[in-house]
Design a protein around this ligand. Structure first.
Ligand code: NAP
Length: 644
């Protein structure tokens, strides 16, 4: 049974709480969201036209209101909510201009017109489905039903693709290499695994939840995707334990012939289009270290955790200090006799005090019961994520401290993060030195924490070594100083083959060319979705669609799938068999992306990161705002594609 409850962002649950309980819940309110909920409940626009004006500032989580102002909002809210409880009335529907005022209020600024359209869609005040593709419904129903699509992967993007195809009445099937849905949230079960994007935006736009924590743990995330599959009846469309081995585009018929291997042996599926939803981070990468494999004790990669090995009293060696190790090291340190962490590059740590916190009861109550509160609460989180810290990781022309930072704002960001580090590790200059990154913030994926990881490093049974590893040995490993370290267990938190998009499938497009050979280790795609020479093959979370400091990857998938559905609509409406993106369009697009990335911290710094391929080209990241991606992917332009 799922532990999660859905949140109806428009029609809140009936209120039974007494005044005291309502008042207690209001203590947890996000005041700007509450003010806007009150506008819907009262029709009183003066609420956003008075002295109460939230402020949104760089690196400042505060709303800028005084305690007296917050109290006055809570008092009014108590009155209005109690009245609504006793005699529910119609809600006020703001006019467009008023909605605009409300958005300005909560964002603390006068929004640029282009943002209004984007944010209005996300807000979906009238219940509209923000990421649905209207074009697909213009295609005659029988044409849609005759069209076959194969989705590869039943993780977050694959399920989303399946939902959209199902809604559009398009015939589809999903193949999934695992035994269940959930992708990364199924595979990564290491202790401490949790989401590092705020959960209230790390969820499908059409399926908001009453999340138990601000950043929920892996079982909750898996449950979310699993219940999504159940609710939408997707499991009957999924072939589990089935891998795609190769796919060939047949030019004569315009169909993809996809060879799959599953429980019933090999099979060839013939479909009009293929959507790859295989993710970027699911093929474990073992380090290229001499002696790899020679360790005689239990050893595993973080994504293949061996839960049957009890770590109690064991000496555990950990290689890596990325997002995964960062989460499991504190848990392992609670059980093991000792933990020795081998760090190659110090990660930046962004403090967030809510990282491990439950959503307080009062907040749950507000989200469930106060009409329109959940809608504006999500809107507020979406807005803060839309730009996020993008400005703070954008390079400034002529900036003279490239080793440390890329701009004035980036330097401020750096100073804030270092101050946090120094405060948590006070009294341990050795650790402060080891944990201080020697590259600008944003150049590499930063880690979110409330201080737990750094406090773990202070424990007597934990050591952080950064001298480099010379070799893995039978008993443990030898560091670069020649010192032997003996362990009972070795854990590789060494990440994934991120740049090997669509690996290990073999994909043959026009003229029999294989995708990876065409890419030659430089994966690129138009909008991260289409590759020239590979008609009717579409990617979710393809090259250059990864975000660094703004947004949620679910937003990207929702945009990508809307665009893909637009491509399918265009194809079904046209007189052709397949769509192939034009080479020059693809080329220009990628020049623009490269230029964008070159201006960002991750493009300017030489630090080693999974954002880059072996030759240093940024293969993963999207360098612009969410607005830009939303605009780019609203619908395909016919002139960008050949209809063949
Ligand atoms: P990762 O960030 O790529 O980290 C791999 C770690 O292993 C790095 O510290 C790396 O050092 C080290 N390493 C790799 N090869 C090495 C070698 N030969 N010698 C020494 N050290 C070596 O991988 P990850 O931690 O699995 O995380 C991958 C991504 O998944 C994250 O960035 C994040 O986007 C995502 N993730 C998200 C969550 C979440 O949402 N909560 C949790 C976990 C992961 P260098 O830094 O020097 O390369």
């Amino acid at each position: 049974m799922s532990e999660l409850n859905s949140v109806d962002t428009e029609h809140a649950a009936a209120i039974e709480a007494d005044d005291a309980a309502i008042a207690a819940a209001l203590q947890e309110a996000h005041i700007p969201s509450l003010v806007l909920a009150l506008v819907h409940m009262t029709g009183d626009m003066s609420l956003v036209r008075g002295d109460i004006k939230p402020m949104v500032e760089f690196l400042n989580p505060d709303d800028g209101l005084t305690e007296a102002q917050r109290d006055s909002v809570r008092q009014r809210a108590l009155q209005v909510i109690a009245q609504h409880r006793d005699a529910p009335a119609e809600f006020y529907v703001p006019k467009d201009a008023e909605l605009r005022e409300m958005m300005d209020f909560i964002t603390g600024q006068s929004l640029a017109e282009e943002y209004v359209e984007f944010l209005s869609a996300e807000l979906s005040m009238h219940g509209e489905d923000a990421y649905e593709q209207p074009e697909v419904y213009k295609v005659p129903e029988h044409t849609r039903a005759d069209f076959k699509v194969l989705v590869i992967g039943a993780g977050m993007s694959g399920l989303l693709s399946a939902i959209r195809l199902q809604q559009a009445g398009i015939d589809f099937m999903v193949v999934e290499k695992n035994h269940d849905v959930g992708g990364t949230w199924l595979e990564n079960t290491y202790p401490g695994c949790r989401v590092d994007s705020a959960n209230h935006v790390y969820s499908y736009s059409f399926r908001p939840q009453d999340w138990p924590q601000h950043f929920s743990p892996q079982p909750v995330l898996h449950d979310y995707f699993s219940t999504t599959a159940d609710e939408y009846g997707l499991r009957d469309h999924i072939r589990f334990d089935t891998e795609v081995e190769r796919a060939n585009f047949d030019e004569a018929s315009g169909m993809w012939h996809v060879q799959v291997n599953g429980p019933n042996g090999a099979d060839t599926l013939v479909v009009n289009a293929v959507i790859s939803a295989v993710g970027q981070l699911n093929r474990p990468k073992m380090p290229d270290i001499e002696g790899l494999g020679s360790f005689k004790g239990p050893a595993w990669h973080s994504a293949e955790w061996q839960h049957d090995v009890d770590l109690t009293g064991k000496r555990v060696g950990v290689i890596g200090t990325g997002g995964s190790a960062f989460q499991f090291v504190p848990i392992v340190a609670d059980q093991a006799e000792s933990v020795t962490v081998f760090q190659r590059t110090a990660p930046w740590i962004v403090p967030n005090e809510t990282y491990f916190q439950d959503v307080p009861e009062g907040k749950h109550w507000l989200l469930k019961h106060v009409p329109f509160y959940a809608k504006w609460f999500r809107f507020n989180m979406f807005w803060s994520a839309a730009e996020g810290l993008l400005q703070a990781v954008t390079g400034e022309e002529g900036w003279e401290r490239p080793e440390e930072s890329v701009s004035e704002l980036n330097q401020q960001f750096r100073d804030t993060l270092i101050a946090n580090l120094e405060e948590t590790l006070a009294g341990r200059p050795d650790l402060i030195e080891k944990c201080t990154p020697d590259y600008p913030p944003g150049a590499k994926r930063a880690l979110i924490d409330d201080g737990k990881y750094l406090r773990t490093l202070l424990r007597d049974n934990v050591s952080l070594l950064d001298d480099g590893i010379a070799a893995i040995t039978e008993k443990g490993l030898r560091d670069a100083n020649g010192v032997e370290h003996e362990f009972d267990v070795l854990v590789y938190g060494t990440g994934f083959k991120a740049s090997s998009f669509l690996h290990p499938m073999k994909i043959y497009g026009l003229e029999g060319k294989e995708l990876h050979e065409v890419w030659a280790d430089e994966p690129r795609a138009f909008k991260g979705i289409s590759m020239p020479g590979f008609p009717n093959l579409f990617c979710c979370y393809g090259p250059n669609t990864n975000i660094v400091v703004n947004g949620s990857i679910i937003f990207f998938s929702e945009c990508e799938v809307r665009y893909i559905m637009g491509c399918l609509a265009m194809l079904m409406q046209g007189n052709g068999k397949a769509l192939d993106v034009k080479q020059d369009v693809h080329q220009r697009y990628n020049e623009w992306i490269d230029k964008g990335n070159a201006g960002m911290a991750w493009g300017q710094s030489g630090v080693n990161t999974w954002y880059k391929n072996a030759s240093g080209h940024i293969t993963q990241n999207w360098p612009f705002t969410l607005l830009e991606f939303w605009q780019q992917t609203r619908a395909p332009a016919a002139e960008d594609y050949h209809l063949i």
